[in-house]
Design a protein around this ligand. Structure first.
Ligand SMILES: Cc1cc2nc3c(=O)[nH]c(=O)nc-3n(C[C@H](O)[C@H](O)[C@H](O)COP(=O)(O)O)c2cc1C
Length: 392
């Protein structure tokens, strides 16, 4: 239905992404995508790379006169840093030998990748394992997000914790404040403490991770399905978020907390239908907008844990890939904390999963057809005695 593929190395010429399945007729321009990509580049705790890059996804295919054609949308994103890596990352063989990386970093793809792909130079692994790839995901996710805007879905994220410093829960969340915050927190009272945690880690040659929440509002009831394991929307969300670099745990709503309380304290009580245009309101949303592998009409909420970055300025003891001898792990320019950009990448993954589930349910080769199908379905959604009549 909706699928995307990315290609590209961290210090290669650039990234390539193809997104297929977006209906025809969607208004889309490069500036919209650029704004999302710029959000990924921000954040306190980033390394020097983000000062070099000015991420811009150049649309090559699938859009004409500002509207999608329903054809695959192909984009390229230039790596400005490539200029410093033309020899190291040359596509064609070069005469001069280049420096190889052999000091394995615990926590990165170095060791397993070198074994699996038979490499003597870890650069042949780390270049693709790098989260530089997430720029391409954000470009694809921006298009899914543009599509979702048209059908009334909005996606946001905020940082819940960094290095053990937790934001107090805020309701409602001011998304403008989150965007203004360098750590993307909704709780201004902890911003300084989060920044200090990052500063302290940097000072010590170390790194910190954290927890992020992504919320999709306006998602219709009934996306995904209970009937097969690989059609469940919570399963698709878990896979999408776990596929992000450095993400090590995912929960839907208060999944972890639910394990420690009674059912009566966890499940979201359904309100009687007072307004037929807004049926099936809940008193709470602990289940994060899914029940039985389907969206339940409440906001979709995904929380995920990001481990600390594995490239440490004060490297961990390690082993050399070639000699097998004890060494210090490899270090090259690196982020100290990647939690703020992870929120933006999480939004892209949420957008791609929700757009796919939407298209699976409603189809539509033109966006008007998708919208029409959704409207017809929504007329049938309500108490069954009302819905049968309205759906005629
Ligand atoms: C936005 C973002 C930026 C990252 N930046 C770095 C970095 O600068 N240095 C690094 O070693 N790892 C960085 N990572 C983490 C690695 O990409 C990741 O740990 C690595 O690919 C190994 O995969 P795994 O952590 O999922 O096991 C970053 C991750 C994200 C999400």
């Amino acid at each position: 239905m909706l699928r995307f593929l990315t290609a590209g190395e961290s210090h290669g010429q650039g990234l390539v992404v193809i997104l297929e399945g977006i209906p025809a007729g969607l208004a889309l321009d490069e500036e919209y995508i650029r704004r999302q990509m710029e959000r990924r580049q921000r954040g306190y705790g980033r390394g020097g790379r983000m000062q070099i890059e000015r991420d811009f996804a150049h649309i090559m295919t699938g859009v004409r006169h500002g509207r999608t054609l329903g054809a695959p949308i192909g984009m390229t994103i230039e790596n400005k840093d490539w200029a410093n890596w033309t020899q190291q990352m040359s596509v064609t063989p070069i005469d001069e030998p280049v420096k190889v990386v052999t000091r394995l970093r615990p926590g990165h793809a170095d060791l397993a990748g070198a074994m699996k792909y038979g490499q003597d130079d870890v650069r042949n692994i780390l270049e693709r394992a790098s989260a530089r790839e997430s720029a391409a995901r954000v470009a694809a996710g921006a298009i899914a997000r543009r599509f979702l805007e048209e059908i009334g879905v909005a996606i946001h994220s905020h940082t819940m914790s960094i290095g053990g410093v937790w934001a107090k829960p805020a309701s409602p969340i001011s998304w403008d404040k989150v965007e203004e915050s360098v750590v993307r927190t909704a709780d201004p009272s902890v911003e300084a403490a989060m920044m200090k945690t990052i500063d302290d880690a940097k000072e010590a040659g170390d790194t910190v991770g954290g927890v992020v929440e992504v919320i999709a509002e306006g998602v219709p009831i009934g996306l995904g399905s209970h009937i097969q394991w690989d059609r469940k929307i919570d399963a698709k969300l878990a896979m999408a978020f776990m596929s992000m670099n450095a993400v090590k745990a995912v929960s839907i709503g208060e999944g972890w907390e639910g394990a420690n309380v009674r059912g009566s304290q966890y499940h979201d009580v359904i309100d009687p239908v007072a307004d037929p245009s807004r049926p099936w309101q809940r008193q709470t949303n602990r289940s994060g907008g899914t029940e039985g592998g389907m969206t339940d009409g409440m906001p979709l909420v995904v929380r995920f844990a990001v481990k600390p970055i594995s490239t440490l300025a004060k490297p961990l003891p390690s082993v050399d890939l070639v000699t097998g001898e004890k060494v210090q792990a490899h270090y090259e320019r690196s982020d100290v904390c990647q939690v703020p950009p992870a929120g933006v990448i999480g939004e892209a993954m949420m957008a791609l999963v929700v757009a796919e589930a939407f298209l699976e349910k409603f189809g539509g080769d033109h966006i008007e057809e998708s919208r029409r199908n959704m409207r017809a379905y929504l007329k049938t959604v309500g108490p069954r005695n009302v819905a049968r009549v309205r759906g005629d």
